[in-house]
Design a protein around this ligand. Sequence first.
Ligand code: SPV
Ligand code: MG
Length: 569
Amino acid sequence: MNAPDAFTLPPTATRAAQLRAMLLSNQLEFLMEAHNGISARIVREAGFKGIWASGLTISAQFGVRDNNEASWTQVVDNLEFMADASDLPILLDGDTGYGNFNNMRRLVRKLEQRGIAGVCIEDKVFPKTNSFIGGERQPLADIDEFCGKIKAGKDSQADDDFSIVARVEALIAGWGMEEALRRAEAYHQAGADAILIHSKLKRADEIVQFAREWGNRCPLVIVPTKYYSTPTDVFREAGISLVIWANHLLRAATSAMQSVAAEIHRNETLINVEDRVATVDEIFRLQDADEYTQAEDRYLSAANAPRSAIVLAASRGKNLESVTTDRPKVMLPVAGKPLLRWLVDGFKKQNVNDITVVGGYRADAIDTAGITLAVNERHAETGELASLARVANAFTQDTVVSYGDLLFRSYIVRDLVESAADFTVVVDSTAAATANAANASVRDFAYCSAGDDRGLFGQQVLLEKISGDASDAGRTPNGRWIGLLGVRGDEGRAQLQRVFAALQTRADFDQLGMPELINALAADGAKIEVQYVHGHWRGVNDMEEFRRAADFAHGQTPFSGTAPETQGD
Ligand code: SPV
Ligand code: MG
């Protein structure tokens, strides 16, 4: 017998070649049962070199009997999921071949098309019954008819390495050793690549005797479900090629499901089972969910790419103490709904769906519908960057960072997320925005490479710095940053993460705000594109702005019946 070791295979060996090498190798090899995609993956991760696609367990996971109640095409469809989920060679338990020689021919062609490495057929009569249910009463196939089926299968395979294993049921059906050997020899002569000799005894005696008398004519395969207490070395010494652990994953899953279902039903709570079952993240891992995320980055057009927003909403609102005793500023009602809801709805309208709000003061009062809440516990002593640091996955995708007290016309966020620049800031160029009001509570004056030409020259304008000083170095600001920063693309996100990490090492990090981050980016050489607007937004920084916000908000409501306040020029 030609006997290459599996490790002599080239890494590119097909699955059929891998199974063949297992059958022919000098060492004892093992197949582990799987019955669907996830179990096939688990078998691979456990370190097995091949899979037994068991008729019993595939039927069972469909909830039907091992009597060919599932059609052969349903089995083949199931195999497709298994072959997709695991790159291991799969040997199908093909029962009787699902019919006569002709059904066998078609089966082999379909299995090869789905990347299955081989099929095992048993010498019983379609529709079969599991060997452990009244095996003695089961009729065996006519030897010649079964040999014809083997030949038909071998003649149909396109790949020489595809294996056909012939399973001898003579011992199961009580026909004795002589008949078992006679049948095995006939199947071997008909072209079977290996013989599966099945036994339902508690001891391996008849298997060992068969192997001795067989004398290595072709590889032997066994299924020690009933004689499970036999030491594996006995199989080695008997010269067995391949051991099939035939049903243990389905049985393990069944015990676990029965116990968990009963526990949850009894106690009407998940508390006792959570730590005993696989995490949802583990399921995602087995499904290769990360690959999907990476593929999204590669294949989804920018317009469809997932977009996220981080809303900084930790503060109580300095000049709003009288209305924020029981809630943070972002939960103040404006024209019938909280400020935060206007903001979240505005983002969602532009497909910015992954929204993280960093709360602080009275974070417990924040409505978390449609958002993820992070909390800056030290909000009273820290600034905006300390809040930003609370967002675990900040800047892992394209993101808009926003102040929490903004109302804006929807085109502002639309244009911001559509900007192709690594960084984009929204700057209001109206005269009111740049007025040097001594009592203005927010003084994010923007100094830019050029003033707002209102689209006349289509020039690209870059931000130079944001300053609290309305005549920084004697200059007049070009506008006011409204509190929206867009970050886009791998390079932009990487630069932002780097600059942010550097700021975190500063002793005064806790006091830093968004303008310091933007200025640090500019100092790092980042090109920060300016998106000029002319009004069309509101901040809520004091009682007066709070009162006026309602008029602005009404103007965002379709057919509200209220003439919108003049919101821009
Ligand atoms: C199977 O796994 O479906 C088998 C092996 O055919 S046995 O159940 O032992 O017959
Ligand atoms: Mg079976």
